[in-house]
Design a protein around this ligand. Structure first.
Ligand code: BGC
Length: 760
């Protein structure tokens, strides 16, 4: 295929040198932005309406490939005629996705080269902006380094892990010729039924904001030009049914109090793009909501980047939400609401409808220019006009050794010990070198379970795309502990009572000193992971019951992306570990925690419900717990937000503040002693909560205001100090405005509370 270099006769182009995107030089960045401004303004004047509506269109790569979109020819190749129609005739400016499964870097280069060559043939020559979902590493690249999913990263309570993971992803994805990632998810995990719970950083807005901004920084300031996408703006994941993309009722006050702050923080951190929530809030599909997408996002929050729809969501205004009579009307609604780019992704009609809407005067060309300008700015900032979007040479593919080390270390830091009872005079975990182990359960021998969705394929279930050589939990245990100490009996997800009896008979024959069961879920995402009930699967509970009867101390390892309720069998498990979805290096992390090579340091980024219909979060109201009998009041979780044990307990004591009274502009210095009462160093979480005693909106019993991880050596008392501005103690009031009201506040760390007074 012949390619034509971007040939706009514009001397300004020279000023936009790719080196300006390298970070660390603010002055250069500012001047780069202003030269991009001039360049983009000038480029815009040369574009026709066809060019512009093409720029606002994003197609999935499947429609550009040989074969049918849902049955692509294998091995996959681009189709010249389809490229001609979409990229040259219709001037489509953006492409996404992977064509159903992962590819080698060489294959990705074939695709990106082919797409950019076609783009260079259109009159404007503007390169294509390619986007993917590389949400826990390069999910669609063979041998990509896959770390923990976001929920696991968050369980480390260490934003550095999110930053490193994002940097590694940016470098690997950029090497393919891709500059745009649909990550991070900044939705909140406040309902475990929701099938994308695990794609989030957990239930708390502050924690999500801290992890999210670190991830944006990692993507966008990573030595390669690369853009993050904040998704899904916003209130996604808190539906009435708990199912994906079903109606949510969230009043403006709660939207602003809980769901907005992470986005706001990441916008301030400079995120280049945002993807819109596919659902409806209060009866209005977000893709048609001008108040949220323009008044709030642009006018109030000052977001200047690209606002992209989610998958097919403009068409869905007509075909699912039933607020538009036809596709053209839906297109007008979304553009009027503030959308810049439509993730169409499979038809060529959007582009034509948009063109017609402008020519007939229903949408002004000024409105189109606003969006196209943002898209061109993003392309310019990403250096696409310097390289015409062609990938760097394959020789420049980054070395991945350090990425592996970082992914493994994040996985290790995430594994959370939830229970560790004493049996026969010693704790169940860690194992002793004498222990003989019996390992079974449906997730014990599954690499897919460890990785979760968006791995190799969208649903992450196809074993054909697993990275060779990455161990499952049982394989990692065999390597770490010696296979002679381990007997393994494989179970699928759908095992029967007969199989449970086989497991029991085998345990009785083998007489192990510990049984380890891998429990949890197989991968899913979006509607494919909808459930009716968060109870753990009945057959897994039966397995636990039956194994418990053998009398051998029993360890349950949950490999799952959301907490499944298991209160009825909890007493039968002597030790419980939550591994989340720790990725390709997670198995070894689990093995190290079980064997005591690593002292567990993960802490829950969400509240684990005890009962299937009780999914309240830690920041509930006082009325959720007014009676001492838990069954008479609602908040009675299995495990609280921030909970996690280690092999060497750290006690928090002598909580104090530097003063008792603070003005509105002052900063509270909070100090606490952390004493390691055990014999090994522990990486402990210090989470600081505030408790507004009386407020004009019913206060939460606790709000997270600060956190840090500290390493406390054996026997040591470490003094940890944090500074919390009084300005952070506020909430959204009855007028939907953020306020800090004077009065008494509790400051809580662990079981300690001190009271302070805020005065006007
Ligand atoms: C998901 C998004 C994703 C997009 C592109 C949608 O179905 O909701 O999170 O980025 O597809 O793959």
């Amino acid at each position: 295929m012949i390619s034509r270099r971007f040939d706009l006769q514009n001397t300004l182009l020279l000023a936009v040198s790719c080196s300006l995107l390298i970070t660390g030089c603010t002055d250069n960045k500012a001047s780069a932005d202003s030269s991009h401004d001039a360049f983009v303004d000038s480029l815009l004047t040369t574009l026709s309406l066809e060019d512009k509506v093409g720029e606002m269109t994003q197609l999935t790569i499947g429609v550009l490939m040989q074969g049918k979109q849902h049955k692509l020819s294998e091995p996959q190749h681009l189709d010249e005629a389809k490229l001609q129609e979409a990229l040259i005739d219709l001037r489509v400016g953006s492409v996404l996705n992977c064509g159903n499964h992962e590819h080698s870097p060489e294959k990705w280069h074939e695709f990106i080269n082919g797409i950019q060559s076609a783009a260079s043939m259109k009159r404007s020559g503007i390169p294509v902006l390619y986007g993917v979902d590389a949400i826990h590493g390069p999910t669609y690249t063979e041998n990509g380094i896959l770390g923990p999913q976001q929920i696991g990263l968050s369980a480390t309570w260490n934003p550095e892990n999110a930053r490193q993971a994002a940097r590694a992803t940016a470098k690997q994805i950029h090497a393919l010729g891709i500059h745009w990632n649909f990550s991070p998810v900044l939705d909140l995990a406040r309902d475990p039924r929701w099938p994308r719970f695990w794609e989030t950083f957990g239930e708390d807005p502050y924690l999500v904001g801290q992890m999210g901004t670190a991830m944006v920084d990692g993507y966008q300031n990573s030595e390669v030009p690369f853009a993050a996408t904040l998704k899904h703006f916003f209130g996604y994941g808190f539906t009435l049914s708990g199912k994906d993309r079903t109606p949510a009722w969230i009043p403006e006050r709660q939207l602003r109090e809980y769901f907005l702050p992470p986005f706001q923080a990441a916008i301030e951190a400079g995120a280049m793009s945002i993807m819109v929530n596919s659902g409806e809030i209060n009866g209005i599909p977000v893709h048609s909501n001008k108040e949220l997408l323009t008044s709030l996002l642009r006018d109030e929050l000052g977001f200047e980047g690209v606002l992209v729809t989610d998958w097919e969501d403009i068409k869905y205004l007509m075909s699912r939400h039933m607020i538009a009579h036809d596709y053209k009307e839906a297109t007008k609604m979304a553009i009027d609401a503030g959308i810049d780019m439509a993730m169409v992704p499979s038809d060529l009609d959007f582009t034509k409808h948009l063109f017609d809407l402008v020519t007939e005067g229903s949408i002004t060309e000024n409105r189109i220019d606003q969006s196209v300008r943002r898209i061109l700015m993003m392309k310019a900032k990403l250096g696409l006009f310097d390289t015409q979007g062609f990938p760097p040479s394959l020789e420049a593919y980054p070395a991945t050794d350090q990425f592996e080390i970082d992914a493994a270390s994040a996985a290790l830091e995430s594994i959370t010990l939830l229970k560790n009872d004493e049996v026969n005079g010693r704790t169940t975990l860690p194992f002793s070198s004498e222990d003989k182990l019996f390992v079974s359960g449906p997730t014990a021998h599954s690499l897919n379970a460890l990785n979760g969705g968006w791995t190799g394929t969208w649903q992450g279930r196809d074993t054909a795309y697993n990275t060779a050589g990455r161990p499952t939990m049982v394989e990692a245990m065999e390597t770490r502990l010696g296979s002679e100490r381990i007997v393994h009996m494989d179970l699928g997800m759908e095992f029967s009572d007969q199989e449970i009896q086989r497991v029991v008979r085998s345990i009785q024959r083998q007489k192990p000193s510990r049984v380890v069961l891998g429990l949890g879920e197989m991968p899913y995402t979006e509607f494919m992971g909808n459930i009716e009930d968060i109870a753990l699967f009945e057959n897994q509970k039966d397995l636990v019951r039956a194994v418990h009867m053998t009398g051998v101390p029993l360890v349950g390892v949950f490999i799952e992306g959301r907490p499944r309720a298991f209160d009825d069998i909890e007493p039968m498990l002597d030790a419980i570990v939550m591994a989340y979805l720790p990725g390709d290096y997670g198995a070894d992390a689990i093995a190290q925690v079980l064997d005591g090579i690593y002292n567990p340091s993960g802490r829950l980024p969400f509240t684990w419900p005890r009962h299937t219909s009780a999914h309240l979060t830690y920041d509930h109201k006082y009325t959720e717990k007014f009676h001492p009998n838990p069954s008479r009041s609602s908040f009675n979780p299995q495990y609280t937000f921030g909970f996690g044990l280690s092999y060497s307990a750290v006690e928090l004591s002598e909580l104090r503040t530097d003063r008792a009274e603070y003005g509105m502009d002052e900063v509270i210095e909070v100090t606490v002693n952390a004493t390691n009462t055990g014999s090994r160093p522990t990486n402990e979480l210090i989470a600081i909560f505030s408790q507004d005693k009386v407020a004009s909106i019913t206060p939460s019993v606790d709000r997270l205001r600060h956190f840090q991880k500290v390493i406390v050596k054996a026997g040591e008392t470490l003094i940890a100090t944090a500074r919390i501005p009084v300005a952070d103690l506020g909430f959204i009031n009855r007028e939907n405005k953020y306020v800090v009201e004077p009065g008494s506040f509790g400051i809580r760390v662990g079981n300690e509370i001190v009271e302070i007074e805020v005065i006007n």
